[in-house]
Design a binder for this molecule. Structure first.
Ligand code: BG6
Length: 490
């Protein structure tokens, strides 16, 4: 017998910028993801822009800052995969029908900020945008599926990025809170589960990576941006609770399990500090309402002087989240010694762990690492937990008869679900599981379509060619069985 409680929230997850499409329809304004091209596992995504003399440019998106007088631009010779995503905008009824067929209890999606507030600064929301999501939520409810809504998933309106310096600007707090408040008011009674910021810790965790050496100034900016996001999140929690006490509002952390590569005490200490900087720093502020003691050390490392007020501290204290959520794809093995072989891939840069298998994108397959992460978080926060992303980005082959056999994906999920079951048996308060990209969508890291996660195949390629036809893969029928048996039939 499995240990999943009755009412366990089984489902899948997506994000507007990667899935929704309709980028310039229904009054939507552009977001930064709309001026970002596709890349591959070893060539970065580019941001396109025009300098003050009108010359076009494309620069690697990671660590990019728009030069003075320049503006972001969609350029003719480039393809922007997020413009179409996999077209939820025009397929939402059909897709929700498929999720219902799998037996989803919950569906995670995000609201595109610039669909409600095209430039982010408007006093009132775009009615067409508001209506779009209302119809989606009603359809989910009609199928008995609980929406789980991420308010911000990597898509700040482009106007705010370009004219207001994005999250470097304290004014973003109030603009975000207005957006969040609109969501709580408009969808009261339809949505109960909310997440304020997707993978909020990425700002720090991935700053100094992918061939980019961040200097102190960048670290200072990153810690400051995070602080404004923490305050925005805490304010949103308070507003959301005031509008509807039924609302359950959570944080969302990019969950990577860190291991020391050796028993050298220096590696053990490094490992502890990686957990603090990358995982606990954000979780502690959002769950406990104050900066942890080790923040001082982190700030000192980069001469950080935070712009933080007494009012901010009060807001943080009074706006702690109701539950903790995280994404989990892999562990990362780190060391102070020379690394013989790197893990590779486009997400972690630690040592290759000889005990793990790796995906074609270099992401380590480590189900036990998921249980480890669950146990650590359960002990630390004593709050309900949801895993809101987990999955395997892989190549799929469409057979001549149109079928798609993905036993590797089934295997991946089976092993992770077994560890979740074990964690629950040990007392971890895990209440839900939404697999990432339950329907194929654009990869966030590489912008590719061929890195597929879905139970449902979407006919679309890396050049934007395809019919958008939806086809269930073998994993679709397998997951349906898992949900129907509440995790017993794996
Ligand atoms: C998480 C993000 O980092 O990982 C998602 O929240 C993303 O947006 C997912 O898609 C998988 O990463 P990738 O790069 O394979 O799309």
């Amino acid at each position: 017998m499995s240990h999943f409680p009755n009412g366990f929230l089984w489902g899948g997850a997506t994000a507007a910028n990667q899935y929704e499409g309709g980028w310039n329809e229904g009054g939507r304004g552009p977001a930064l993801t709309d001026v970002t091209t596709g890349g591959t596992v070893d060539s970065p995504r580019m941001v396109t822009w025009i300098d003050k003399y009108g010359s076009p440019h494309a620069s690697p998106s990671h660590g990019f800052t728009l030069p003075e007088g320049a503006s972001y631009a969609v350029l003719e010779d480039y393809y922007y995969p997020n413009h179409k995503g996999t077209d939820f905008y025009h397929h939402w009824k059909e897709d929700i029908g498929l999720f219902a067929e799998m037996g989803f209890k919950v569906f995670r999606m995000s609201i595109s900020w610039s669909r409600l507030f095209p430039n982010g600064i408007e006093e009132t929301p775009n009615p067409e945008g508001v209506e779009f999501y209302r119809n989606v939520f009603k359809e989910l409810k009609a199928h008995g599926i609980e929406p789980l809504v991420t308010i911000w998933h990597f898509d700040t309106p482009l106007y705010l990025e370009e004219k207001m310096k994005g999250w470097n600007n304290r004014d973003l707090i109030d603009l975000y809170v207005r957006f969040a408040q609109t969501c709580f008011e408009e969808y009261k009674g339809l949505v109960k589960y909310w997440l304020t910021f997707n993978e909020i810790n990425n700002t720090i965790m991935f700053l100094d990576m992918w061939g980019h050496e961040a200097d102190n100034e960048e670290f200072r900016a990153a810690y400051q941006q995070l602080h404004y996001q923490f305050v925005a999140s805490a304010k949103a929690v308070q507003v959301g609770h005031a509008i509807d006490p039924e609302n359950r509002i959570g944080c969302m952390i990019c969950g990577i399990t860190f291991y020391p590569a050796t028993c050298d005490p220096k590696d053990i200490m490094l490992n502890r500090h990686q957990w603090e900087k990358n995982i606990f720093y954000c979780g502690d502020v959002q769950c406990k309402g104050e900066y942890p003691v080790f923040s001082k050390r982190l700030w000192q490392e980069h001469d950080v002087e935070l712009d933080i007020t007494d009012e901010d501290r009060k807001i943080l204290k009074e706006g702690t989240v109701d539950y903790y959520t995280f994404s989990y794809y892999m562990s990362n093995t780190i060391t102070t010694h020379d690394v013989e072989e790197k893990a590779g891939g486009n997400n972690v840069e630690g040592a290759r762990n000889p005990y793990l298998r790796y995906s074609d994108w270099g992401w380590g397959f480590d189900p036990l690492g998921l249980r480890y992460f669950l146990e650590v978080i359960n002990d630390r926060y004593h709050k309900p937990i949801m895993i809101v992303e987990n999955g395997l980005g892989a190549y799929d082959i469409v057979e001549e008869d149109g079928s798609i056999h993905d036993p590797f994906r089934i295997d991946y999920y089976r092993e992770h679900i077994k560890e979740m079951d074990q964690a629950i048996a040990e007392g971890v308060d895990l209440i839900g599981y939404t697999t990432w990209g339950c329907i194929d969508l654009v990869s966030a890291g590489t912008g590719e379509m061929r890195k597929r996660y879905g139970f449902i195949y979407v006919d679309m390629d890396d050049k934007g060619e395809g019919t958008m036809k939806r086809t269930p893969k073998d994993s679709f029928y397998w997951y349906k069985k898992v949900i129907a048996s509440n995790g017993n039939d794996l």
